[in-house]
Design a protein around this ligand. Structure first.
Ligand SMILES: *[C@@H]1O[C@H](CO)[C@@H](O)[C@H](O)[C@H]1NC(C)=O
Ligand SMILES: *[C@@H]1O[C@H](CO)[C@@H](O)[C@H](O)[C@H]1NC(C)=O
Ligand SMILES: *[C@@H]1O[C@H](CO)[C@@H](O)[C@H](O)[C@H]1NC(C)=O
Ligand SMILES: [Ca+2]
Length: 424
């Protein structure tokens, strides 16, 4: 019973056994003391839940930790608990890596709730301007986060590969509100988000919460990728929180090459940056690929403009023309009023669904204007493409006024089409 007493004492000293106390201060003091690197438990007490109270038994069926271990005659009294550095969700809802308090502290993270059944702490990496990170899953936030930032400057984060076998970096814009483009030519000339060091990435601005980007980080220990928020001009309440995931080359979930955006799943929704049907202006100077993973047994893909809950006449696809008036779909790449010489969405060999076969003989590539259709039409349509792999390209130049006014960009719903006689 003496050992048991020791553990009870250990718990109360460190305030570690109370399930509800996941307050920052408790985690912080644990973290600062760096106590939990090695935890030795009396062996006869292995099935006791640490997190949920000392005396509570864990049903052996449900318990996944600690794993069954072989008897070790040299550790006859204690079992040393080790656990892998897996992904975890912290008490705050942010994702982190499960580790000991000491490791979290030494790697510059902050402990936020428990993991590994209470044996580890969920270590969150959150950083801001002027720093660099090698940690997978780092959040890059504005200075003062979770408050907004209303000032000018340049906030840069350097992302260094955590391992030479990292090929891509995925950025998830959990929060992304910076000033939008100017209203003449829709150029991001006040605030900008810039990615450098990887493949060319267009600068973006405005509201991009929920959006993502894949950055090609090259092979081996190449130059680091830099993420920069430039803020300038008028007063504006900015906020950003960008999750940075490092993707190993060998994984099946890495994006296809040349895809700034990569979507998976049989159906989903694609939006241009700063898309917002009420106020978001299409961004100029864009040029990137949007890829949709071809799911097994699917041979084609259909696109339809999203519902527009704000405007009477949908602005879900408004790429060129003055979208304050009705604008038909425009197609093709030649000169002339109904072509897409400057701004376009490229849908390879696009044809309207329901058009008489053979649709492919009449297909088009570039689509622009103010209506989504593969024909010169005022009527929005569902558009089919069977070119593989499934990929769109979005291009805009640096001019809008005076011909192109108040365009929103695009929001499209996609549905992959199974391989049948009609879709090969
Ligand atoms: C944490 O990860 C889950 C699963 O990958 C994801 O759905 C969620 O959005 C992430 N949360 C944050 C705050 O990044
Ligand atoms: C980073 O974390 C993600 C999921 O959280 C994981 O899929 C990926 O393999 C990790 N990358 C590295 C280099 O470990
Ligand atoms: C939509 O149409 C209705 C009726 O014609 C009109 O009253 C309303 O102002 C219009 N709304 C917008 C946003 O144009
Ligand atoms: Ca343009």
């Amino acid at each position: 019973m003496a050992k048991l007493g020791n553990v009870v004492f250990f718990c109360s000293l460190l305030n570690f056994c109370e399930p509800n106390d996941q307050s920052k201060s408790a985690s912080k003091s644990l973290n600062e003391q760096g106590f939990l690197n090695k935890i030795a438990f009396p062996k006869w007490n292995r099935n006791v839940g640490f997190k949920n109270g000392f005396r509570e038994q864990i049903n052996p069926e449900n318990r996944f930790w600690p794993p069954p271990q072989k008897e070790n005659r040299f550790l006859s009294l204690f079992t040393v608990v080790t656990f892998p550095n897996g992904a975890c969700t912290g008490a705050s809802g942010d994702n982190g890596t499960c580790m000991t308090a000491r490791e979290c502290n030494s790697r510059g993270g902050s402990a936020n709730g428990y993991c590994a059944n209470g044996f580890g702490l969920c270590c969150i990496f959150m950083t801001s301007c002027g720093s660099s990170t090698t940690e997978n899953g780092t959040y890059f936030v504005n200075s003062g986060y979770p408050s907004t930032f209303d000032s000018t400057g340049s906030c840069e984060l350097t992302v260094i590969k955590s391992h030479p076998d990292v090929c891509q970096i995925r950025l998830d814009f959990d929060r992304f509100t910076i000033a939008g483009p100017e209203k003449m030519n829709n150029v991001c000339n006040q605030d900008q988000f810039i990615v450098s060091g990887g493949n060319p990435v267009p600068a973006i601005c405005g509201f991009n919460q929920g959006s993502h980007m894949y950055i090609d980080a090259g092979i081996g220990s190449t130059n680091p990728v830099k993420l920069t928020f430039v803020t300038s001009g008028n007063s504006f309440e900015r906020m950003w929180k960008v999750k940075i995931t490092q993707i190993p080359c060998s994984t099946i979930y890495k994006a296809d090459e040349g895809c700034l955006q990569y979507y998976t799943g049989v159906s989903g929704q694609l939006k241009s940056f700063n898309y917002n049907p009420s106020t978001g202006l299409q961004l100029s100077n864009q040029d990137y690929g949007i890829c949709i993973r071809m799911e097994r047994n699917f041979c084609g893909i259909q696109y339809t403009a999203c519902a527009d809950p704000v405007n009477n006449r949908s602005r879900a696809f408004t790429i060129s023309g003055n979208s304050n008036t009705p604008v038909n779909a425009m197609i093709g790449s030649g000169p002339g009023p109904n072509n897409c010489a400057n701004d376009w969405l490229l849908v390879p060999c696009a044809a309207n669904v329901g058009r008489l076969q053979p649709a492919q003989a009449l297909c088009t590539d570039r689509i622009c204007g103010g209506t989504f259709s593969a024909d010169l039409s005022m009527q929005s349509s569902t558009v089919l493409s069977t070119v593989k792999p499934f990929r769109l390209w979005f291009h805009t130049d640096n001019v809008e006024a005076p011909v192109d006014v108040d365009n929103r960009g695009f929001c499209l719903n996609y549905v992959q089409q199974p391989c049948t006689n009609n879709v090969l």
